[in-house]
Design a protein around this ligand. Structure first.
Ligand code: SF4
Length: 363
C-alpha cells in the first residue's frame, strides 16, 4: 500500500524544509522554563539525541525571549518560539533569531500583527497559526456548547486571511483538539481548503499510554490519508517520549525509517527464551540508533522461523537453546543465557557499518 501524500506549499524553517516532497518531521516542545537557559539546553539536547527535528519553546516572558539567541547557538535543530497575546514577546523572539514563531493572529490588534508580520518577513521566517479547540475566538463559541470541527476550520481560515491580507504566506497551520475524532475531521476539512503545510497533533492527548494511543490513531489516520507535514505527539510525560512515539508512528506506516523496528511475540507456553525481557533490553539498547534495522525476537519456531526470514537480525527459541539469524540465515545456535550478549555484538557491528537511512516513502 502506498500513501499518496498531498503536496503542500514548501516552507523553510531554519535549516529544514517542510511541505512538498520533504520528509514529514517529528517535533516536540520543551517543558522547562525557557528563562532557565541550562535546563532548556539540556532538554533540547536529549530531544535531539532521540531524533527531534524541530523544537518549540514557550515564551511567557522577556527573559525567555532574550534566551532564544543563546539557546540557538547550542543546538542544531530549528527553534520555534510559542507566543500567546504579547506582540512584544513575538517581536523580541523574532529579533533573537527564532526560526519560526507560533501565534494565533486573531489575538493581536491589527497594528501589532502588522508589526509582527513585518519583522517575520524581514527575517524570512515562517509563522504557525496554532488553532486549539480550547482557545477558539469567543464569537465562534456563542450558541454552541461544544467546539465543532467546522468551528475550528472557520477559525483557521479567518486567521489565515488575517495573514494573507498582510501579504504573508509563509504559514504552517495546526488545528488541534484533545480527541482524535474532532482533530481528524477538522484537518480533513481544512486540507481541502488550503495548501499550506499542516502540523499534526492531538492536543493535551493525555498520559503516556492513553496519549500515545490517541495520537497514533489521530495522527496515523491523517498521515494514511496523505495529510500532514510535521507531527507532534503531546504527552503528559518527558518530551523525549513524544519523539519516540512520533517516530514509531512514522515507522509503523513505513513513511520514514530510523533505528530499530522490533518484531517480538507476546510469548506463550511454547516460549523457549525470555522474549519480554530480551525485547525490552533491545529496545533500550537501540533507542538512539539511527541505522534502520528490523529485529525479530521470537519465543519458538511456530512463527519464529517466518519472522526471522524477514528480519535483518533475529533470535528464535528452540528446545533449550536459541538460534541467531542474520539476514534470514542461521548464524549460530547459542544457549538462551547468551542471547542478549550475542544480539548486542551484532548490533554493535551494524552501528559501525551503516549510517542512517532516514527517508523512505514521502510522496
Ligand atoms: S512465537 Fe511461539 S512462543 Fe511466541 S507466541 Fe508464537 S507460539 Fe508462542
Amino acid at each position: 500500500m502506498k500513501i499518496k501524500r498531498k503536496k503542500t506549499r514548501i516552507i523553510k524553517i531554519g535549516n529544514k524544509k517542510i511541505g512538498g516532497n520533504f520528509p514529514i518531521l517529528v517535533q516536540s516542545m520543551t517543558n522547562t522554563p525557557t528563562s532557565n537557559f541550562e535546563k532548556t539546553i539540556k532538554q533540547i539536547k536529549s530531544l535531539e539525541k532521540a531524533g527531534c527535528e524541530i523544537v518549540r519553546v514557550g515564551v511567557p516572558d522577556l527573559k525567555s525571549a532574550k534566551n532564544i539567541s543563546k539557546i540557538k547557538k547550542q543546538i542544531k535543530i530549528p527553534l520555534v518560539a510559542d507566543i500567546h497575546f504579547s506582540a512584544e514577546l513575538a517581536i523580541e523572539s523574532i529579533e533573537q533569531g527564532a526560526d519560526k514563531i507560533r501565534i494565533n493572529p486573531g489575538n493581536f490588534p491589527k497594528n501589532q500583527l502588522k508589526e509582527i508580520v513585518g519583522r517575520a518577513k524581514k527575517r524570512k521566517i515562517p509563522i504557525r497559526i496554532g488553532i486549539n479547540s480550547g482557545s477558539l475566538e469567543k464569537d465562534l463559541l456563542i450558541k454552541h456548547n461544544q467546539v465543532t470541527p467546522e468551528m475550528m476550520v472557520k477559525s483557521a481560515l479567518r486567521n489565515i486571511k488575517l495573514m494573507e491580507d498582510l501579504n504573508f504566506y509563509e504559514l504552517v497551520i495546526s488545528l488541534k483538539a484533545p480527541d482524535a475524532l474532532r482533530t481528524i475531521s477538522a484537518y480533513k476539512m481544512l486540507s481541502l481548503k488550503t495548501n499550506y503545510p499542516l502540523h499534526l497533533g492531538i492536543t493535551e492527548a493525555g498520559t503516556e499510554v492513553s496519549g500515545t494511543i490517541k495520537s497514533a490513531v489521530g495522527i496515523g489516520h491523517l498521515l494514511l490519508g496523505g495529510i500532514g507535514d510535521t507531527i507532534r505527539v503531546s504527552l503528559s510525560a518527558d518530551p523525549v517520549k513524544e519523539i519516540r512515539v512520533g517516530w514509531e508512528i512514522l515507522k509503523s506506516l513505513e513513511i520514514r525509517e530510523k533505528g530499530a523496528k522490533i518484531v517480538s511475540c507476546p510469548t506463550c507456553a511454547r516460549s523457549e527464551i525470555n522474549v519480554i525481557e530480551l525485547s525490552q533490553k533491545i529496545e533500550q539498547i537501540t533507542e538512539e540508533m539511527e541505522t534502520p534495522i528490523k529485529i525479530a525476537i521470537m519465543g519458538c519456531i511456530v512463527n519464529g522461523l517466518g519472522e526471522a526470514k524477514e528480519a535483518d537480525l533475529a533470535i528464535v527459541g528452540i528446545k533449550k537453546a536459541a538460534l541467531i539469524f542474520k539476514k534470514g540465515k542461521v548464524l549460530k545456535k547459542i544457549p538462551p543465557k547468551k542471547a542478549l550478549g550475542e544480539l548486542r555484538k551484532e548490533l554493535a557491528l551494524k552501528k559501525i557499518k551503516k549510517k542512517s537511512g532516514n527517508r523512505k516513502i514521502n510522496n
